[in-house]
Design a protein around this ligand. Sequence first.
Ligand code: SF4
Length: 436
Amino acid sequence: MTRPDKPPLAVVSDGRGRVFEIPRMEAAAMLLDRPARPAASEWIPLPEGSCMFELPGRRPMGYDPVRRRFEFIPDFRGKPVLAAAAFIAPGYLRLYLPGRLKEPHAPRLPLFAYAPVGWKDGRFWTTGLRVDQDVRHDPAQFDPDSLRLASDRALRRFPDNRLVRHLVRNCVRQYACPNAQNFVLGRWECPVPVSPACNSACAGCISEQKGADVRSSQDRLGFTPTVREILEYAVPHLENADRPMISFGQGCEGEPLLKSGLIEKAVRSARRETDRGTIHVNTNGSDPKAVERLLQAGLDSIRVSLFSARPEFYDAYHRPNNYAFGDVTESLGRARAAGAWISLNCLVLPGFTDGPEETEALIALIQKYRVDMIQTRNLNMDPDWMLEILGGHGKTLKTAGLRKWMAAIRKAAPWIRFGYFNPPKEDWGREGDPLV
Ligand code: SF4
């Protein structure tokens, strides 16, 4: 991976969608709300599949290497400027937040994971680390013509299937969901959303935002499918796809465990027809008994989402309804007892996740339940909003930085895999990808 010999220049926006670099000002970053100067080796060329944003109501921040200090940049050549940020492509972990100063009354930012952006050698740079070499969400894997033909074919093949209609018309054609696209292309991980409701109210939920003056990225599924509708497309996928996986618990639904009876029937029936492929659930882990029933029915792997491994911060972000953090850890215990592949979907916030107390709590969880994999997901949320939710708690004066955070976890749990995607059982035995 290309590394710059020195940090890139600060990039700002003119507020009309045009961005430019500020001469003699280094791009700066933040860990929560603490200014930070990433090492040159932490900058990478902005990966394909990334995009850029201007941050309304946020002043940009840079680092002046001559005066050796961080500076907010209110204007350039007399014209007001805004902070700019990158949204890094899937498969990458962002290492910092953008350098910014939120003005009073600034609007809440939409649900994306904002990262610093800089300019150097004729290209944009950001701070990141590729944590998964799997190409399943790489833009280069998706040819628009093949996708259109494959989607039409799926609708013709399953004419009376509401779930396939939802996956094609909403997920493939509107949300450009890579999992749904891989389903119609007959490969890898195939989504099986089943639940219109949820028993959490995560602050950064991408399928439902109640009165939070940000829009959810996609609409939640509006119906509960039948076992027939699930099996009709999921079993052929397991039987025929390359490295097949079917996954309950998608971004376009609520909590799948609320439909555990339906999933249990579907998994039992699917396993009666084929033992090929991996059957997986992405969940909040709120119902350990349901998790146990699904594992007995034939579920292979589970991924539990966590903003924090500390109950008070878990509650602050996930806002559980009728369950508690103890239920989540109980689910991990039952999955471990059943020999399932266990992933934690860590919603990473630079400056919080890599704090000493948070790291210690996460390591304890990994060791206690011998978690197999940490999927590092960039928290898709306005960092200033998350600071409000944390209310000043969780702030620590010093954090290790995410690369050291990963090294500390790996030292304490040498078996642990870092990644971004759910691995099919074919990949369980192999070494984790090098972190580059
Ligand atoms: S568990 Fe998932 S669906 Fe439920 S609120 Fe959280 S992010 Fe949204």
